[in-house]
Design a protein around this ligand. Sequence first.
Ligand SMILES: Cc1ncc(COP(=O)(O)O)c(C=O)c1O
Length: 416
Amino acid sequence: MKDRESVAALDRDDPLAPLREQFTLPEGVIYLDGNSLGVAPSAAASRAAQVINDEWAVGLVRSWNTAGWHALPGRLGNKLATLIGAKPNEVVVTDTISSNLFKVLSAALKLIEKRDPSRRVIVSERSNFPSDLYIAQGLIALLDHGYTLRLVDTPEELHAAIGHDTAIAMITHVNYRTGYMHDMAALTRHIHHVGALAVWDLAHSTGAVPVDLTSVDADFAVGCTYKYLNAGPGAPGFVWVAKRHQLHVHQPLSGWWGHEAPFAMNPTFRPAHGIGRFLCGTQPIVSLALVECGLDVFLQTDMQTLRRKSLAMSDLFIELVESRCKEFPLELVTPRDHAQRGSQVSFDHPHGYEVMQALIARGVIGDYREPRILRFGFTPLYLRFVDVWDAVETLRDVLATEAWRAPEYAERSAVT
Ligand SMILES: Cc1ncc(COP(=O)(O)O)c(C=O)c1O
């Protein structure tokens, strides 16, 4: 039988515990939403001040060269590469997942069209993050070449849905709502076996679970930095293209930052000789610079150590919720199998929205996703095992006292 003391002992043995000091965490808050917006690294404020007060205010336009602004997307891409098993010069940090996905899907469709023009299907999951589906729908409408989007309802159906008519399988590795994690290696093998290309969305994987794009032999990937990488609200995402494809692909947002010689000011677009061709326009330097503060904390550990603690935390959370809140209608949505679990745990509750608002009012911040899902993210860099204990005790209190029935918790905010 666990109690708070036995859980606190886990923190004393935690090799990652000292890293918590490298983040700014508000008093009285247990933050279980790093899978939506990561917390602020302590270094971020001074780095922002440096970019604004020195590099911008004093360096002015010279800073594109002297402060290395121009090289930032590739330099940060190389740092991030180690977290996703990418090689040097395969990643750039830039733009949003949605816009990077547009570039990548366009490039992949062109590539496959050259090999086998009969392939006209993009396969994905109905439960994929909606923006991914919207981008695919937008591109299909734009191209008007008879492409269709085939959506499956369960992960088990994916295999059969990806066949000889498939151009691209566009898959989110860890599902944003359920936390279900696909077997990236097995799916990529199957996708290649039928002659299609694999496009992975790593939004809930990067910095959350070990990923090795090189060993699984994936083709394209996109992801963000504002969740587990703690880069800040709206910080740029990233795009990865396997080296073998880079010189053979073209993306349609061919802005000057993707040109081989932007300052030649040539009227004709010629793509850069590598991953740089996936850049488009001028980068948001203040926001981009802060990506490094989050990445630098990751470089002090490794994904295997993080994964061990992440699973220990999510196991503990599931065990405590199921033992200490067993009289309440909470149903686990996230797989119990470690091989199928990302770094979040979701529970279904008939009044999920209200329960989450009551939790947030008590300082336990998770979030809510339609329909009825209470979502809790586990971020081993800064969370303690006692936080898991305290969060479950708060949940138990909210449910036992029915505090969630207060009318203010039913009011819907724009962002849930
Ligand atoms: C799995 C997934 N894909 C795509 C997106 C959209 O990302 P962006 O807003 O950077 O385009 C999100 C956002 O949370 C996401 O979770």
